[in-house]
Design a protein around this ligand. Structure first.
Ligand SMILES: Cc1cc2nc3c(=O)[nH]c(=O)nc-3n(C[C@H](O)[C@H](O)[C@H](O)COP(=O)(O)OP(=O)(O)OC[C@H]3O[C@@H](n4cnc5c(N)ncnc54)[C@H](O)[C@@H]3O)c2cc1C
Ligand code: FES
Length: 254
């Protein structure tokens, strides 16, 4: 299903014994027969123990091949892989910050938080209204415990400005403790980490590094942390923002 220009939501039927993924985990998928390396995608939803949802933005050959796959095609999936987000404590609000296709990494978490009736604020940003993927987050059920707010760079929907500016605007209005979860472009993640640190709030980020094996064997996805280099696929993809060394020079990366 097309959800925005160049972004698609896929439902994959998995065997009954498929392990239940945790929010933050990902799968490695073969997207085209001629591509040797699988491509990593966050678990964007899991329904009835049988239906795995992936939200995919076309970037290159692999994602294009996936987007053009025919209904009923078979794909090879490895996973669920990697670690998961730490659930918020009962007294903590969850603040989700998603930039662009980063919605994919936080959607499953948002669904779980809504089911648990956890106090949640989801902030979704993109360049312009047509690109926004906020409609992929679950609908607020009323009662005000779960809210979605949007931000666009050009002001065509929601807050006029970066989603990180919206975060700064909202953070002071939160009642009690909060825990931040972020997924999106590197520059956004770096700014969220800065805001979290300045506010003294715990923050976890899902890092979308370029990957090869996906299981910790090739070290092709290492990421610098205060404790040394870690693999994004096995030690991550979720990291405590305070542990990451996020250099501005890497902002143009994935
Ligand atoms: C843990 C994890 C979860 C991810 N979840 C999602 C998701 O839910 N939905 C989604 O659309 N994408 C997600 N990605 C990114 C996705 O894996 C890449 O966009 C994809 O592998 C690109 O493959 P390709 O063959 O189309 O592009 P390629 O031809 O390999 O590359 C095209 C462009 O994409 C960039 N790219 C390559 N690999 C990555 C990567 N790992 N992350 C970001 N950019 C990359 C390249 O730098 C290049 O500019 C995730 C990545 C990781 C590591
Ligand atoms: S992709 Fe091989 S170690 Fe992470």
């Amino acid at each position: 299903m097309t959800v925005a220009r160049d972004s698609y939501l896929f439902t994959l039927d998995v065997p009954r014994e498929y392990p239940e993924p945790q929010p933050g985990q990902f799968v490695q998928v073969t997207t085209l027969a001629e591509l040797v390396l699988r491509r990593p995608f966050s678990v964007a939803g899991f329904r009835d123990g049988r239906h795995l949802e992936l939200l995919v933005e076309v970037r290159g050959k692999g994602t294009r091949g996936f987007a053009e796959a025919e209904y009923g095609s078979t794909v090879d999936i490895l996973g669920p892989l990697g670690n998961a987000f730490t659930p918020p404590a009962e007294a903590e609000s969850a603040v989700l910050v998603a930039g662009g296709i980063g919605v994919a990494g936080l959607r499953y978490l948002a669904e779980k938080l809504l089911v648990e009736a956890h106090r949640t604020l989801a902030l979704v940003g993109d360049r312009t209204r047509d690109a926004l993927l906020d409609h992929l987050f679950p609908e607020p059920a009323g009662g005000g415990r779960y809210r979605v707010m949007t931000a666009t760079d050009d002001g065509t929907a929601g807050f006029h400005g970066a989603v990180t500016s919206l975060l700064e605007d909202q953070i002071g209005r939160l009642e009690g403790n909060a825990r931040i979860y972020a997924c999106g472009p590197r520059a956004m993640v770096r700014e969220v980490a800065r805001i979290a640190s300045a506010s003294g709030l715990p923050c976890e980020v899902l890092m979308e590094e370029i990957m090869a094996c996906g299981v910790g064997a090739c070290r092709g996805c290492v990421i610098e942390t205060e404790g040394g280099y870690r693999t994004a696929c096995k030690d991550g993809p979720v990291f405590d923002a305070a542990d990451l060394v996020l250099a501005e020079a890497d902002d143009d990366g994935p």
